[in-house]
Ligand binder design. Sequence first.
Ligand code: ZN
Length: 235
Amino acid sequence: MKLANIDFGIYRDGPVGISTSCGADSAVILYLLMKEIKHDLHIYNLLGAKRQFVLEPAFDKVVKRCAELTGKTNYFVHKMPAAHQTPEMIFKIYKDALDSGDIDILYTGLTKFPPDDVYASWGMPGPEWHRQWRHYDNVHPLFGLEINIPLGTDCSNPALTIDGQYKEKLSQDSRVYNPMINYTKQGIATLYKELAIEKDLFPFTRSCETDTHTEGHCGSCWWCKERLWAFGYLE
Ligand SMILES: [Zn+2]
C-alpha cells in the first residue's frame, strides 16, 4: 500500500505490532494500521517514568482517537514505564514481543531529523544522541533498526552497553519495519494531508517535551520547533 509514494507494505497475514508514543509521527502510522489491519493490533508504548504524568494521558488520547476514527476494536495496549530509555531496552521490548508470537511484524513511526541548517537555526541543543543516527544525510534500512553510536557516547545511565561492552552499532532484526525512516517530519505532514486527518487526528497528538505544558504545546522546545517546521502550526 502506497501513500505519498511511501510504501507501507501493510502486513495482512497475522497480528501486527506498533511502537507508539503520543507524537504526530507514530500516531499517523497507528491510524493507518488500525484502518487497514483486520488482525489483532498490539500497541507498545514506552513511558519515561519522569514524565509519565504528561505522556500517559496524551498517549491514551491518541489511541482512543484513532480507534474512534477507524472503528478498530481488536487492539491491545502494552504500557512500559521505564526510568531511563536506552536503545538496548527498546530493542529488547521489540524482540520479546516478536519472539513471544504475539506479533509477526512491528512498525515504528521513526523519522529523520531536519537538515543541519534548519536544526542550527533553532539555536538550541536538540536530542543530540538521536541526531547521530537520525541525521538528515543518513540513509537507513527500511527493515530492521540500526542505531549507530560512536564509542563512548554518553546517552544516559546505563549507557550504550551490552554485557558491559560498548557497541558501535545496535541492530534489530528484519521483523521491525520503519516506513518513514528516510523522511523527515515534513513527510509526516504530507501523510496527514493525504489521509485528510489534519483536523481529526493531528490536534490530538503531542510533540512537546516540556513538563510545564501538560495540555497543549509550549512552542519553544526543540520538538515543538520541529513540529512547527513540518506542519506550519502546532495544533
Ligand atoms: Zn514544546
